[in-house]
Design a protein around this ligand. Structure first.
Ligand SMILES: [Zn+2]
Length: 509
């Protein structure tokens, strides 16, 4: 829906390497000769020395990006400095051909860069003028044929102390076992997203709905929800991913509105990441629109993060995709119960905002700004509240299987009225029907317990039979319980002391 050019206001190269480029070329030639010897049966030589060959600074709208280039893939070792404004990384066993390199930077965020050799590493020191979020990525730059490590110093949109306080708060919730979900209002700032002919702008609607979902979730006290942006700010897709990972969120939900050339297309849709191709052509086109050039704001063309490359191989990623599918199905199940609003089956596509996330993550397209029925439906405040509440319930249903348990108890006692998982006090939620049964089945499958375990009488004690390859920490993670608690329950003192076939107590309550 939009085209944003990559803005590189400055592009400072190390003067040294321009002047002494010949030295590097000569060294490269020498290495090539060594390689030729090694390949054609000549004497065996050690691999070429790891070198930091260049550094560049890019001034982007969302961040200042400092990139270090290498002839081979370097190791990264962050170093804690006593001065909080000094950002220091070591590249162990890495050589640097000059004694010291210094670059002054004129920016609100950074003051300068220093590169120098230490005893067994090359050290990069970036002087910040204010504390900010820093994201490190590494990869291979195809056009330069160089490996790189980049440090993104994000431009602040709130005080850093506020961000630190939030991290501390999240830590406290996590300690109490309260799941954390990050609700992302798509687009923002210079990136408006889709528009309706009546002047509705996607970025504003996304924020309105995201806010409502967050407050619906937080009102229950069962989960804790946070927003990626709380105002009209531009956040690159990479930064949203960064925030979700920093917060250690248990789920990531990106809120969007769709638009289509065909004014007939309508309704609610959820997308999650595919490990290969998109589920259909429309999903692929949508992914291209939502990805847009926004992502390039961080990733200069030609560069490729390792994480993106390895997406097909990463088992954790596959597990997350599976979980994302479950989360999508549960939420869709809840929303599909709104009679006047169509919701389609979850689809898969390759969305940039869902890549590189360490948790189940989905992209919700609440409705079509190009469809009259969707627009008039969503303009009603009761419909707006209902759709947000149902997304909230679905999220809680996924994150707190226990809450679903409570809910089923209440359902049995109170003749179908939901209380525990209802997002608003005194707000009657429609009697649970097929969607809730579906959610229960999924939760049961998720916990590897049988459906009848969801009945209150039989949930007093949950047991698990140890399988080959299981460890106590794996089992604790699977059932989302504390490892220490699991060990206590089963009188275990060492983490490895379980055997296949052994029956473990998972819960006593
Ligand atoms: Zn969008």
């Amino acid at each position: 829906m939009l085209k944003t050019a990559i803005k590189i206001k400055a592009n400072k190269k190390l003067a040294f390497f321009s002047i002494y480029g010949g030295v590097i070329k000569a060294a490269a030639l020498f290495c090539a000769v060594l390689l030729a010897f090694a390949l054609y049966g000549g004497p065996a030589f050690a691999a070429s020395t790891l070198l930091l060959t260049d550094s560049k600074t890019f001034f982007l709208s969302d961040a200042v990006k400092v990139v270090f280039y290498f002839n081979r893939q370097p190791q990264i070792k962050p170093v804690k400095s006593n001065n909080r404004l000094e950002f220091v990384i070591d590249f162990p066993e890495c050589d640097f051909l000059i004694k010291k390199y210094k670059q002054n930077i004129k920016d609100e965020l950074l003051n300068g860069i220093l590169i120098f050799k230490t005893e067994n590493a090359t050290r990069a020191l970036v002087r910040q003028l204010q504390m900010t979020q820093v994201r490190i990525t590494q990869g291979y730059d195809k056009s330069r044929k160089n490996f790189y490590v980049s440090a993104l110093f994000y431009r602040p949109y709130e005080r850093y102390s506020k961000y630190e306080a939030r991290l501390a708060e999240i830590e406290r919730y996590k300690k109490k076992g309260v799941p954390v979900v990050l609700i992302d209002a798509g687009h923002g700032g210079k990136d408006p997203g889709a528009k309706s002919i009546y002047g509705d702008i996607e970025k504003s609607l996304n924020l309105k709905f995201a806010r409502m979902i967050v407050s619906a979730i937080n009102e229950t006290g069962l989960c804790r929800a946070y927003l990626t942006r709380s105002g009209d700010q531009f956040l690159s897709l990479g930064r949203r991913v960064f925030l979700a990972n920093q917060y250690g969120a248990d789920a990531f939900i990106s809120i969007h509105f769709n638009a289509n050339k065909s004014k007939k297309v309508r309704g609610f849709e959820i997308y999650y990441l595919s490990s290969g191709t998109a589920s259909d052509k429309a999903a692929e086109i949508l992914a291209n629109i939502e990805n847009s050039a926004e992502f390039l704001d961080e990733n200069i063309a030609g560069e490729q993060d390792y994480q993106v490359q390895s997406i097909l191989l990463d088992l954790k990623e596959k597990e997350n995709i599976k979980e994302s599918g479950i989360l999508s199905t549960i939420i869709t199940g809840w929303v599909s119960k709104i009679a006047a609003y169509p919701a389609s089956e979850p689809k898969q596509a390759n969305f940039a905002v869902l890549r590189n996330l360490n948790m189940p993550s989905i992209l919700v397209e609440i409705g079509y700004l190009s469809n009259e029925n969707d627009l008039s439906f969503l303009r009603s405040s009761s419909n707006f509240e209902e759709i947000c509440s149902r997304i909230a319930i679905g999220t809680i249903n996924y994150l707190c299987p226990k809450a679903a348990l409570d809910y089923s108890i209440i359902k049995n006692n109170n003749g179908g009225e939901v209380k525990a998982a209802a997002p608003k006090k005194n707000q009657a939620v429609k009697a649970p029907t097929g969607a809730d049964a579906l959610a229960e089945v999924i939760i049961a499958a998720k916990n590897k317990t049988s459906r009848k375990n969801l009945k209150p009488a039989e949930t007093k004690k949950i047991e698990y039979k140890v399988k080959k390859g299981d460890t106590l920490s794996k089992i604790a993670k699977k059932f989302k319980i504390d490892l220490k608690k699991l060990m206590e329950l089963n009188n275990k003192t060492a983490a490895g002391s379980i055997f296949p076939g052994e029956v473990l107590k998972i819960s006593n309550d």
